[in-house]
Design a protein. Structure first.
Length: 321
């Protein structure tokens, strides 16, 4: 049964109770015994709640916050958008940025008045306020610093088990980027990778860093990013003339925890999977007693990026450690 990737926040926050776990066990047992009976899972339905997807950056151009409603776990329909909401962001200096849903599609946009105007400034804190369907939700995030990306390198290689299959190239270019964490414990980052302008998404491509390593520890401070973090071809090799783009985004420690939990839930599968847990959210209804709560995350990120075009004459023989 297919579960829509667009329901990513809803899936991990919907009640995934013991009945589901038991049913999955029953389905697996039926397969093992070659039974062909169809099992219909009677999943508990939940009332829809607000789902927020939005991060502001220090990049020039529009800033976007998307509002949708949650869906039942096994729904394959597109999420219902939230219309006619009032959305604004205020920085800690008191400047207010209004977001408008110009196309009535749940996509709330702040548009700069000129090409030089930028919303995100490193060191400032940004507070989100959403008024929707009689409820008011708030969140805040600090925009932290981010290091520069030094380089992207690539080498010709054969696809490994994770990089091959499903029609993927069996030979191509493995790639890595190089950057160094800034001095001072506790900087957190997300790595986003693009191939020919398309973001490589999915659970396998959620890459986050605490200083220069993958887990919370003081040992990663000021280090160059370790190899598992800097690998850019975990799921597929690149081909000659492909454009490889890397973005390094600063995130708060709380946002790091959000991505950690989300990745765990997306990879939580199989017969021996642990009980699902609610992914944290910083979107809070100011009326704590209201039954209408929210999911998702509002973040603020400084962004550095680098892009190269794969050229076989510039490929390296081996990656540096």
């Amino acid at each position: 049964m297919k579960i829509s990737k667009q329901n990513i926040y809803q899936e991990v926050n919907t009640t995934f109770n013991s009945f589901i776990r038991y049913s999955l066990f029953a389905v697996s047992a039926l397969f093992l015994t070659s039974c062909e009976d169809v099992i219909t899972l009677d999943v508990q339905k939940t009332d829809p709640y607000l789902v927020v997807d939005g991060s502001i950056t220090n990049l020039a151009g529009e800033q976007v916050i998307k509002l949708t409603k949650s869906q039942d776990l096994l729904s394959e329909a597109l999420p219902e958008v939230v219309k006619n909401a009032t959305v604004k962001v205020t920085d800690n200096l008191g400047k207010v940025y209004e977001f408008k849903d110009l196309k009535n599609e749940g996509k709330y946009v702040w548009t700069p008045t000129n090409t030089a105007e930028v919303m995100g400034v490193i060191g400032r804190t940004y507070s989100l306020e959403i008024q929707a369907e009689g409820e008011t939700y708030k969140a805040s995030s600090k925009l932290n610093r981010v290091p520069k990306i030094d380089s992207i390198v690539y080498k010709l290689d054969d696809a490994n088990i994770r990089q091959g299959g499903d029609g993927k190239p069996t030979k191509g270019y493995d790639a890595q980027f190089y950057a160094r964490d800034l001095k001072g414990v506790g900087d957190c980052y997300r790595v986003k990778v693009y191939q020919n302008g398309k973001l490589r998404s999915g659970a396998d491509n959620i890459v986050i860093a605490y200083d220069g390593i993958a887990n919370k520890s003081s040992f990663g401070d000021s280090l160059a990013f370790i190899r598992p973090l800097r690998r850019l071809s975990t799921t597929e090799l690149y081909q000659e003339n492909d454009k490889i783009k890397v973005e390094l985004l600063s995130i708060t420690e709380a946002h790091f925890d959000f991505w950690t939990q989300l990745r765990q839930e997306l990879n939580n599968a199989g017969l021996f999977a642990r009980p699902a847990a609610r992914v944290p959210s910083n979107i809070l209804n100011i009326n704590a007693s209201s039954t209408k709560q929210a999911a998702g995350w509002f973040g603020a990120s400084a962004v550095t990026s680098l892009e190269v075009i794969v050229d076989k004459t510039k490929a390296v023989k081996e990656f540096a450690d």
